[in-house]
Design a binder for this molecule. Structure first.
Ligand SMILES: C[S@@+](CC[C@H](N)C(=O)[O-])C[C@H]1O[C@@H](n2cnc3c(N)ncnc32)[C@H](O)[C@@H]1O
Length: 219
């Protein structure tokens, strides 16, 4: 792994122990889960295989498992995954947890029918490389669901990683939805759409509610 990714991964392996306590992450907020539960309850249970990309403490993966779907949660941070594992055990839910990098995943081509990425796009060091890999592991006709909240005006850099590192992350600079869509297209997704939503956020009083874009890409 390169130095940039090492710094990023180590941040999740340290501060990640407090992830669920931070209101902006929405983990304790029932409203946050509703759109995901609606999605998971609308797909055919037997044929659906979900990959929760950058699963973290398992927020989305556990919602999918609660709907009876076959779910894999991938993350590079053992600190985040260990919390996800504990929550799954506490709730009696089955998820396959995999430690790995989103850019080089240990899955065969055409494995999943649904790939979810909540609160992940902003942190990708090479979005197009990651999106190509996401497309590779999706079955033909499979879908990506990914949210994206552009950096709000007045929101400081250096909140998650060092300021220097944050400046290197292409989608951490407040990209427009059209720019994000262009990156998905560059990675081979021809069918890309997005909807815009306003969400409450606990991230520093002056910047909310914040605008969130929900992307759907079909392979
Ligand atoms: C903001 S958290 C989102 C966690 C979860 N999806 C949620 O909705 O709460 C971003 C997650 O992506 C993971 N991550 C970031 N870059 C990654 C990479 N290149 N490969 C694998 N995981 C990565 C981090 O470890 C972290 O758990």
């Amino acid at each position: 792994m390169d130095a940039l990714r090492e710094e990023m991964q180590s941040r999740w392996n340290t501060d990640g122990v407090h992830y669920d306590e931070i209101p902006a992450h929405g983990i304790q907020d029932k409203q946050e889960g509703l759109p995901w539960t609606a999605l998971f309850s609308s797909v055919p249970q037997r044929e659906t295989t979900v990959l929760d990309m950058g699963t973290g403490t398992g927020f989305v993966a556990l919602l999918a498992a609660a709907q009876g779907l076959a779910v894999t949660g991938l993350d590079w941070s053992e600190t985040m995954l260990s919390q996800a594992r504990k929550k799954a055990a506490d709730r009696g839910l089955k998820v396959q947890w995999v430690q790995g990098l989103t850019e080089t995943m240990p899955f065969q081509d055409n494995t999943f029918s649904l790939l979810c990425a909540r609160h992940v796009l902003w942190t990708l060091a090479e979005p197009v490389r990651a999106f190509r890999e996401w497309r590779r592991v999706l079955q033909p006709g499979g879908k990506v669901y990914a949210d994206y909240a552009p950096r709000a005006e007045g929101q400081d850099m250096g909140h998650h990683y060092s300021e220097e590192t944050e400046r290197k992350l292409p989608l951490n600079q407040g990209a427009s939805p059209e720019e994000v869509m262009a990156l998905f297209r560059e990675a081979g997704f021809n069918d890309v759409s997005w909807v815009s939503q306003e969400q409450e956020s606990g991230h520093g009083a002056p910047v909310h509610p914040k605008r969130v874009f929900m992307f759907t890409c079909i392979k």
